[in-house]
Design a protein around this ligand. Structure first.
Ligand SMILES: NC(=O)c1ccc[n+]([C@@H]2O[C@H](COP(=O)([O-])OP(=O)(O)OC[C@H]3O[C@@H](n4cnc5c(N)ncnc54)[C@H](O)[C@@H]3O)[C@@H](O)[C@H]2O)c1
Length: 442
């Protein structure tokens, strides 16, 4: 099929590349000229395992190309995917400006009838509203289909190629059938393609993310209780997770969820619920717990150190989770900001996410208080404490003896519970983690 994908972020780029790999002809459109130039040269502007190889292969095969020109991108399109960002507005609701602009531009610029697939995460009712608008504004027949994306950053290519399920919401069966045809090669393992109304599809995406976020906030709330009671949350976690009705997944206490999806989607769903007069107390509490969770470990460190002024803090991991370079809403940013605001210094190591961090702080008033290292041990030199913010594999079995030698104070605040509490203590560390008793060497 001849496809167009507008937006080449984590979702749009993975969608375009994976659909091209199946033999479709895909034109990816983005307004970011520098990004388009790099992609056309076979260079991935974001880190996602497996993406680079697929990009090069499909560019070389002539099935994939990139442009900033939407009209050029739409020339042969039978299906146009909209995969632009839907960031949060100040009140938490989803900012649909980009989706509305792009869907209208696609409808106006379509040289023939086409199916428009909304892949961006949008509140229930958005696709119906877009349909009404594009039907009024286009000379072509445009059928709007909702096809929310469930891929996880860090495993996005694998998730797209082997989805747990594909959700297709349509009001026009033939349009939904066409989108289903595109996905059939990815569900040969009998995973379901779920057909539903557009609003049900839109709500399914938010409900899935909100439920996963709820599990994280739930275990984080239990973790605080554990800290106050002197109980090890891991024992409780295993105790409840062994119940088949509950399961172990998404019950890991820590610094709370981050990234470009959970924080914004929980708030956007709450805003949608309130708009139609539905209760959102649970969603509000999930968000509030997540904010509090980040602040808690910072508060414990501040109290232990007597503030961060004049302190040097090492940070391991800034990506919001491992295997990605995405730092949007990453808990590490709150920690870095807190140390700098107090007049301390931060030395940061992350195997993939330093470039976006450098962009965020470049030229900012705090820029001179932050340094970046190519090696995890370099951030420990004369450090007063180490914060662990991302559970990259390389942090799981570190050389504690070497760490102890490098640091000014043997103090670890582990926001990801990477170690058995007794291990760092055995090497002379004072070790604070989440929901578990702190440990010190005897
Ligand atoms: N990142 C994820 O893990 C993930 C997973 C599932 C769903 N989603 C949803 O998918 C959508 C996209 O997310 P993302 O993380 O890929 O976003 P992103 O910010 O990484 O990428 C968005 C891209 O769209 C481009 N863009 C913006 N306006 C444009 C316009 N008018 N014309 C052309 N290009 C334009 C931007 O330049 C950017 O390259 C969001 O709604 C998000 O909630 C994201």
């Amino acid at each position: 099929m001849q496809l167009t994908v507008v937006g080449t972020g984590y979702v749009g780029l993975v969608t375009g590349v994976c659909l091209a790999d199946n033999g479709n002809h895909v034109v990816c459109v983005d307004l970011d000229a520098a990004k388009v130039q790099r992609l056309a040269a076979g260079e991935t502007p974001l880190f996602e395992p497996g993406l680079s190889d697929l990009l090069s292969t499909n560019l070389a095969a002539g099935r994939l190309r990139f442009t900033t020109n939407l009209a050029d991108g739409l020339r042969s399109a039978e299906v146009a995917f909209v995969a632009v960002g839907t960031p949060p507005k100040a009140d938490g609701s989803a900012d649909l400006t980009n989706v509305e602009l792009v869907s209208l531009a696609v409808a106006r610029g379509a040289p023939r009838d086409l199916v428009m697939v909304i892949k961006s995460t949008v509140p229930p009712g958005t696709c119906d509203a877009i349909q009404a608008r594009v039907s009024a504004e286009s000379r072509r027949r445009i059928s709007v289909v909702s096809n929310p994306e469930f891929l996880k950053e860090g495993d996005a290519v694998n998730d797209f190629l082997r989805p747990d399920r594909v959700v297709i919401g349509d009001a026009d069966k033939a349009a939904g059938d066409l989108v289903e045809e595109l996905y059939l090669p990815f569900v040969r393992n009998n995973r379901p393609i779920l057909r539903m109304s557009r609003s049900a599809a839109e709500l399914t995406k938010y409900a899935a993310n909100a439920y996963l976020a709820t599990r994280i906030s739930f275990i984080n709330e239990i973790a605080e209780l554990c800290e106050r009671l002197g109980v090890d949350v891991n024992q409780v976690r295993r105790g409840i997770g062994s119940d088949a009705r509950i399961g172990q997944h998404f019950l890991y206490p820590g610094l709370g969820y981050g990234g470009s999806c959970f924080p914004k989607d929980v708030q956007a769903l709450a805003a949608s619920a309130k708009r139609v007069g539905s209760g959102a107390a649970l969603l509000d509490a999930v968000h509030a717990r997540n904010q509090a969770q980040r602040a808690r470990l910072i508060g414990r460190a501040r109290e232990r150190l007597g503030g961060f002024a004049q302190r040097t803090i090492g940070v391991w991991g800034v990506a919001f989770k491992p295997k990605t370079d995405d730092i949007r809403e990453a808990p590490a940013l709150d920690i870095i900001d807190a140390v700098i605001a107090d007049g301390g210094r931060v030395a940061v190591y992350d195997p993939k996410a330093l470039p976006p961090l450098q962009t965020r702080f470049g030229g900012s008033p705090g820029a001179s208080r932050i340094s970046y290292a190519d090696d995890a041990y370099d951030v420990l030199t004369k450090a007063d404490a180490l914060f662990i913010c991302t559970e990259w594999n390389e942090f799981r079995s570190p050389d504690f003896a070497r760490m102890r030698e490098l640091m000014a104070t043997p103090l670890i605040f582990d926001g990801r519970n990477l170690y058995d509490t007794s291990t760092p203590a055995r090497y002379g560390f004072e070790y604070h983690s989440v929901g578990r008793p702190s440990a010190k060497s005897e």
